[in-house]
Design a binder for this molecule. Structure first.
Ligand SMILES: Cc1ncc(COP(=O)(O)O)c(C=O)c1O
Length: 423
């Protein structure tokens, strides 16, 4: 099949020609590139054209694509049978690795990040006997009804402030506050004392490009939730095992943590972690219902465990080194091109914003020149570099990237910046 036959068939089969909105390239224009395979830092389209990949599957591919340790583990698990609907040994192995690295006392595995945050909210409501949820403008926590309110990511890309089909009665239980604004939090808790079940936040917001958390904001968030009796849910679905082996460390006082992406090694996963009394609210131990045919699927567990095996402290040092090389190269290219652009980076996550300084919040992120980003994206892909198809998605560097590939990326970016910003 050629790229075009895939796109034509997909246009006929799938709404918008895709199975997840950002893949449509609507915010950058041009034809989406169908990816047929990946290996290490590269992905290949259906016609064999090779790209250096920074999409990284939107987060999971920290080892690069098709790492032999992961594919072997999946093959071995698959050869033993794929769906038993029963307890098994592989979930013990992955859970033990996660517990060792994070200190999370108990865990539940689910099939996606969306399920993890949705269920964490349900636990929080049951634990507190309260209904209200607070989230932050631009933070994305998956597509459950109550959390699809002023989210970032694909929602930001498509300019939807909300989704159709979410009843007002549900959306109305979610308050959205500006990120990095301690005063807004103080006002919220003064106006609604004892009513908030949970505040959910991405430990480092990475669905509006990247936002740097302000220490005072983090402090206020942790102290006010504790004082009010609201639970703090740290969404570490992107950041968990991305910055170091374990949690990001940004919100050490969060009571519930959601994980996903990397811990599934490229297969579908979500997880909730926290103290035994809170996790014990889940069925069958407690009254909060949650279940899944595919939960803790053996192949997923095997892929996750094989991935975590590779994530040594040295691996994170290497990631930092390569990602810093990319950041420095991009900053030099921006300076030389005199482009009104900036770079935000945490470890192996990076965003190039088409605005002169990295944003502090979603309102500032939205001031980025998305038309310039679209031109940049097109110029990069013409040069064999694949970055996420939205100004509001984060680039991911993997352990498979090396300096020559980064240098090639920077060289392409130097030219692409000139095409993106007309003189
Ligand atoms: C921070 C965060 N939370 C939750 C989710 C939802 O995860 P999933 O797409 O696996 O449902 C995402 C997905 O990108 C995410 O970035």
């Amino acid at each position: 099949m050629t790229n075009q036959t895939i796109r034509s068939a997909a246009a006929d089969l799938f709404p918008g020609g895709v199975n997840s909105p950002v893949r449509s390239y609507r915010s950058v224009g041009g034809d989406p590139i169908p990816i047929a395979r990946g290996e290490g830092p590269y992905v290949y389209d259906a016609e064999g054209t090779r790209y250096i990949d920074y999409v990284g599957g939107f987060g999971p591919a920290i080892l690069g694509h098709a790492h032999p340790a992961v594919t072997t583990a999946i093959a071995e698990a698959a050869a033993s049978g794929l769906a038993f609907g029963a307890l098994g040994p592989r979930e013990i192995e992955l859970a033990a690795a996660i517990r060792d690295a994070t200190g999370l006392e108990r865990l539940r595995f689910l099939n996606s990040g969306t399920e993890a945050t949705m269920t964490a909210i349900r636990i929080a409501r049951a634990a507190t006997q309260r209904d209200l949820i607070v989230k932050f403008d631009g933070c994305y926590h998956g597509h459950s009804d109550g959390l699809l309110v002023r989210a970032g990511s694909g929602v930001a890309t498509l300019g939807l402030s909300d989704s159709a089909g979410v009843p007002q009665a549900v959306a109305g239980l979610t308050a959205v506050l500006p990120y990095n604004d301690p005063a807004a939090l103080i006002r919220w808790f003064e106006a609604h004392p004892g009513q908030t079940a949970a505040v959910i936040v991405e430990s480092i917001p990475a669905n509006v490009g990247l936002l740097a958390p302000d220490p005072e904001f983090l402090q206020t968030l942790q102290s006010l939730t504790r004082a009010d009796g609201a639970l703090l849910i740290a969404d570490e679905i992107i950041t968990g095992f991305r910055l170091r082996r374990g949690l990001s460390g940004v919100l050490p006082h969060a009571q519930l943590v959601t994980l996903g992406k990397i811990i599934g090694g490229g297969l579908p996963i979500g997880a909730i972690g926290g103290p035994a009394p809170l996790l014990g609210l889940l069925a069958p131990e407690g009254p909060v219902y949650q279940a899944g045919t595919f939960s803790a699927n053996p192949a997923v567990m095997a892929a996750g465990a094989a991935t975590l095996d590779q994530l040594t402290p040295a691996a994170y040092e290497r990631l930092e080194q390569v990602a810093r090389h990319l950041e420095n190269g991009l900053l030099t290219a921006i300076r030389r091109a005199e482009a009104p652009a900036s770079v935000a980076r945490f470890g192996s996550m990076l965003s190039l914003f088409f605005r002169p300084t990295p944003p502090r919040d979603y309102a500032e992120a939205r001031q980025s020149d998305t038309a310039a980003f679209a031109r940049f994206h097109r110029a990069m892909r013409q040069r064999g570099i694949l970055i996420p198809p939205s100004q509001f998605e984060t680039w991911f560097v993997s352990l498979a990237h090396n300096e020559p590939q980064i240098d090639a990326t920077v060289q392409a970016a130097a030219q692409a910046l000139r095409e993106a910003i007309p003189a």
